[in-house]
Design a protein. Sequence first.
Length: 169
Amino acid sequence: MPPLKTLEDLFVHELKDLYSAEQQLIKALPKMAKAASSEHLRAGFEEHLEQTKGHAERLEKILDDLGQSHRGTKCKAMEGLVEEGKQMIDEDAPPEVKDAGLIAAAQRVEHYEIAGYGTACTFAQILGHTEAEKMLHDTLQEERETDEKLSDLALSEINVAAQSVDGQE
Ligand code: FE
Ligand code: FE
């Protein structure tokens, strides 16, 4: 990575970091979906996988418009979050409890993305990158909606099912 001399440089750095994060998620979400026992949770992960591909495409477009490459940084935070998700997948737990754990891992990911896109969005705004700002805002909104959907699903179904497991086997 070139040195960060300006806010514009930092903006590009944040975009590449987000791009790396989305790429890692594109690989991780199918595994999360496969590990989910609840039909609703599996569908939720699959739906967000499609959205995530769109998020990566938006970042590609923004980086292309700025004349920047897509690569150059690895999002270590997402690497850690995905690793925690993987550990939950491998956990020897009743399916209902595992589903609650998968939601917990997924919501950590969404909150991380919300933070990253929030920052990128305000950078785009102050730097006058209007079109980038709009695309980043669209993604931010989708991440927020996903987080809310996961909260609703946890409350209405997943956590209730997990709570009813007696742990006796
Ligand atoms: Fe995303
Ligand atoms: Fe997301």
